[in-house]
Design a protein around this ligand. Sequence first.
Ligand code: ADP
Ligand code: ZN
Length: 598
Amino acid sequence: MSDALELLRRIYGFDQFRGQQAEIIDHVCQGDDALVLMPTGGGKSLCYQIPALLQPGLGIVVSPLIALMRDQVAALHEVGVAAAYLNSSLDPSEQQRVMTAVAAGELDLLYVAPERLLREDTLASLSRADVSLIAIDEAHCVSSWGHDFRQDYLELHRLAEVFPGVPRLALTATADERTREDIISRLALHQPKRFVGGFDRPNICYSVQPKTDARKQLREFLGEHSKHSGIVYCLSRKSVEATAEWLHGQGFDALPYHAGLSTEERNRNQECFLRDDAVIMVATVAFGMGIDKPDVRFVAHLDLPKSMEAYYQETGRAGRDGQPADAWMVYGLQDVVRVSRMVEESQADENHKRIDRAKIDALLGWCEVTACRRQQLLAYFGEFMPQPCGNCDICLRPPVTWDGTEAAQKALSCVYRTGQRFGAGHVIDVLRGQQRDKVQKFGHDQLSTFGIGAAYSDNQWRSIFRQLVVRGFLSVEHGQFGALRLTQSARGLLRGETTLQLREEPDKPKKRRASVRIELELEDEDLMDALRETRREIASAHGIPPYVIFHDATLVDMIQQRPQRVEDLLQISGIGQAKLEKYGQIFLDIIHQFQPAR
Ligand code: ADP
Ligand code: ZN
């Protein structure tokens, strides 16, 4: 057995390496630079932690995320590794203590914020220490081409001169071709080997539903997640507040998070989310960057994100621990109108607006797909997936399509007859023959298209209009409160030169396939609750988040394997020597209390 594998088992309690971890560790141990691209939850941390532990000297980890540093260091302490962090959250005497430990060669790993690392005094002290490697996490922050650009990162190229010959590895979850090359040149990596893992997050189940009654839909969805932590994203501060309050009234432990709250309240809510089980964070996208909670079981979007990239990043916060997680979204015509208007009204120049429009169109097209959602998602990021995934709404509940040509023609001609000045709501009233004030006021009850669509419900028409917009037969005028206009391609459809297959609205979502959920027998639920409770008590006594003690996956493994003796616990994924000694007996006692009747 290699030293690295032995260490993986003894310290971390994991059976084997994932993906390219072993190769990367090998490469770094040989003293070479590397660029590591791995999806969230892929296991980037081990790629630098293990080399740092295998070699004498100190591994430096540059990270921009202060909250995350603290938790990572706590997690390392739990498995018995000598680690510390250095950032603005420490007082001077604490910082001094860390630097003394560095000088004495007592640490294996030091996490440090970039601005702190680049201070002359820090660089001077560290250059006297025996540094074995430097890992630069969230490396995409160095590129203005990527998202989340950070000025501090630009100076990190200096590390090449200050620590000559020390291998450096840059790690990120998101970087297209151009960003990757940017990272390499701006960090001045020396002939780095590129390790590019796939983009896929197989444990995330993607689903998108048409918005009918968002709250009702959300409540139904949350029914499957009553004991889980998750994030609900809303577009505005107001809807964050309202949704959090409503969820609270529905008996959920929901907290708001947006830029309008005081720093104090934001920190308090974030802390609750990190430390307690089953807290739902209702947030604007301001929330998420730097959240490294591994057991976020769902990310729900009540409003459309602004691009596929944003969607992928936001949903990527779910299921970092590799356990089943849901990315769930509802969207409707109103959202389409709203995001498009935001683009039009923004200060950006025409060129940027064009890009933004194209990004929204890509996302909308993806919302309406009729083939495997994951295949299309990966295709957008340039990755080919040969088979449908079996873990998205489309694979689990294939949508029915119908010949919508005639309905589409009615819709388009009604838009035309009403003068291309009205939004979908009004046009649908006319189609359905509703005698509303507005219909009468404009004399639209006199039109030939009045009442020709009575056979379809309001919801069915909304679905038809949404698909017509997404497929480019109608465009939304932003200046005029979402008035619909015919596009060039509408002509062919109106003349009957093309036909149109539309997606039928699915009925109530069916129960999912059991194999992709964390499914426990009823009696095991009680054991799970007891294990969670114990974990929570220990964590709060130590002032650390529960997942630092054990991940959910470890608890589930305990239930499935039912270890009898303390030694058996070493077979459980996520239990290494240190945790066995600290917590083994406590958890074993609980398992014994729940022995199934024989
Ligand atoms: P990333 O930084 O790439 O998002 P992490 O390093 O935080 O991912 O790892 C994600 C999760 O996967 C963590 O819970 C970690 O403990 C777990 N993990 C990493 N490598 C392995 C492995 N070889 N076997 C089992 N679990 C692993
Ligand atoms: Zn699929």
